[in-house]
Design a protein around this ligand. Structure first.
Ligand code: NAP
Length: 344
């Protein structure tokens, strides 16, 4: 008899004993156990680091991107990119509520929700890839998914377009952590500030650092810098390639004369750890939200330059992260307009 586990270990095929996130392969049969939800999936929001890697591998050919995604799910029973190790999340409609959950959940059959746990631990089947949006990393599919008893989700808000909510919820950990980490008067540097999570973090950094604080936005290229300037949230905007740490440090020092108390890394490509570390003062905090972060590069790199900074792994979850993130879009009309231009 299958022993049901709230964390979903009953779906792990290999290695036995692993939790679903770290597992190589999950059982993705779409019949719900009594402690699971079964959902019809409409859209996947692929994690930016993962989607960037898949686009590169596919040479930006949508058909090939679809094949790679199908292959990942066929092999692993979940959308767990073997190169980046990252996933994403989904929007779907509740189809079945396992009998052990019926008393305990507020959900009804037919409710539309966004999953707030990673696709790297979500049993998934893709029957058909219907549309791939290369700009937003959102992929419409026919498919189904399972959420475990411990899996968190958000019922989609009625006042925000669903793809916009999906995009924001995908990175909900970042603005919510920013809200908790930034203190009044802080100098905050956001690397990759023109991206989805970066823009949301800019809002929270501005709000929490206040008038006595300094918010510095760094991104690479005119398009991203243009997006940042329109938001009018940063005191200083730097156009710099975060894979070039010494150049970035020089630019920061020239523009602001000081290092950051807190640096938030929201970049979607590898090799940006050292820019974040060099640009942060001794005793300051580097918050690595990026999934392209290498623990080894950060730990050994900081040691190598004698930098005594506190480094945080960007936990995708922090209490009330969905509420905090959706509130950013409600209270900042410019940010909401930017998201609507991109996602709606
Ligand atoms: P995004 O919208 O793609 O934003 C990434 C930003 O980084 C873009 O503005 C991009 O600029 C910029 N960038 C790219 N190369 C750069 C360079 N060399 N120097 C400076 N900036 C550069 O990504 P996102 O959705 O916000 O996600 C950001 C990161 O968080 C990704 O690594 C993603 O995997 C990760 N993530 C983490 C969690 C978690 O739980 N920790 C959850 C979701 C996502 P261009 O647009 O001009 O390329």
């Amino acid at each position: 008899m299958t022993v049901l586990c709230p964390y979903g270990t009953h779906r792990v095929i290999e290695p036995v004993g692993a939790l679903p996130q770290g597992a190589l392969r999950l059982d993705n049969r779409m019949e719900s156990y009594p402690n699971e939800l079964l959902l019809d999936v409409e859209t996947l929001n692929i994690d930016s680091a993962s989607f960037t890697q898949i686009r590169q591998e596919a040479g930006d050919d949508p058909a090939r991107i679809g094949e790679i995604m199908m292959e990942i799910v066929r092999t692993r029973g979940k959308h767990h990119n073997p190169v980046t190790g990252s996933g994403g999340m989904f929007i779907g409609t509740v189809k079945e509520i396992g009998k052990d959950l019926q008393e305990r959940t507020d959900l009804q059959i037919g409710d539309r929700i966004a999953s707030l746990v990673s696709l790297t631990l979500t049993p998934l089947v893709i029957d058909k890839v219907k549309a791939i949006d290369l700009e937003t990393a959102q992929v419409d599919i026919d498919g189904q998914a399972i959420l475990f008893e411990s899996g968190i989700y958000a019922v989609l808000p009625e006042d925000l377009p669903q793809k916009l909510a999906l995009a924001a919820l995908d990175v909900a950990g970042a603005p919510a952590q920013t809200a908790k980490l930034v203190k009044p008067g802080d100098t905050v540097l956001i690397v990759g500030a023109g991206g989805k999570s970066g823009c949301l973090c800019l809002h929270e950094a501005r709000k929490r650092a206040g008038v006595s604080g300094t918010v510095i936005a760094m991104d690479f290229g005119e398009a991203a810098v243009g997006r940042i300037k329109k938001l009018e949230l940063a005191d200083i905007v730097l156009n710099a390639d975060a894979t070039k740490p010494v150049d970035c440090l020089a630019l920061l020092q020239e523009a602001s004369g000081k290092l950051a108390d807190l640096t938030i890394n929201c970049v979607n490509i590898p090799n940006t750890e050292m820019t974040s570390i060099l640009c942060t003062r001794d005793g300051g905090i580097v918050y690595f939200f990026s999934m392209a972060t290498s623990f080894t590069a950060a730990a050994l790199g900081a040691e190598g330059v004698g930098k005594d900074v506190n480094m945080l792994i960007g936990n995708g979850y922090t209490k009330d992260h969905a509420k905090i993130t959706l509130q950013v879009l409600r209270e900042n009309p410019k940010l909401r307009q930017l998201f609507e231009e991109i996602y709606v």
